[in-house]
Design a protein around this ligand. Structure first.
Ligand code: UDP
Length: 141
């Protein structure tokens, strides 16, 4: 087991549904601690930079448009195997394929509006956390 950190984004669709607390409760029940958090309206430039890895994909513009359609709740989570633990809570990218009881199965409507983002590896998590949080804004506990 390894103590890890991962980046969570509660996307505009889930913020609009007013389920931030319900999603946070799932993190806490799984033993993940919130060590940094901010609500933010992303600029187009911020969203494009965050998803730069997908810039050549056909869904890139729609993804960026969606991510700036309303505020997002950005958090860094810490816990044992946090990256995988968080992805297990999220469920598959396409909510129609997400396992029952996962965040995407319960709160997401479509592959475009799929409620949450989570880092896919420890290295990616470091980059993604630093993208949104200064070192002084992360509070280990
Ligand atoms: N996405 C999309 N259409 C697709 C594939 C992905 O709109 O066909 C969006 C979706 O919001 C997804 C994000 O692009 O969450 C990033 O894709 P990735 O494959 O990294 O999925 P994730 O790690 O979010 O499950």
């Amino acid at each position: 087991m390894a103590l890890e950190r991962t980046l969570s984004i509660i996307k505009p669709d889930a913020v609009a549904k007013n389920v931030i607390g319900q999603i946070y409760a799932r993190f806490e029940q799984a033993g993940l601690k919130i060590v940094a958090a901010k609500m933010k309206q992303l600029s187009r430039q911020e969203a494009e930079g965050f998803y730069a890895v997908h810039s050549e994909r056909p869904f890139f513009k729609a993804l960026v448009d969606f991510m700036i359609s309303g505020p997002v709740m950005i958090s860094a989570l810490e816990g044992e195997n946090a990256v995988l633990a968080h992805r297990d809570l999220m469920g598959a990218t396409n909510p129609k394929e997400a396992a029952p009881g996962t965040i995407r199965a319960d709160f997401a409507e479509s592959i475009d509006a799929n409620a949450v983002h989570g880092s896919d590896a420890v290295d990616t998590a470091k980059v993604e956390i630093a993208y949104f949080f200064a070192a002084t804004e992360v509070c280990p506990r």
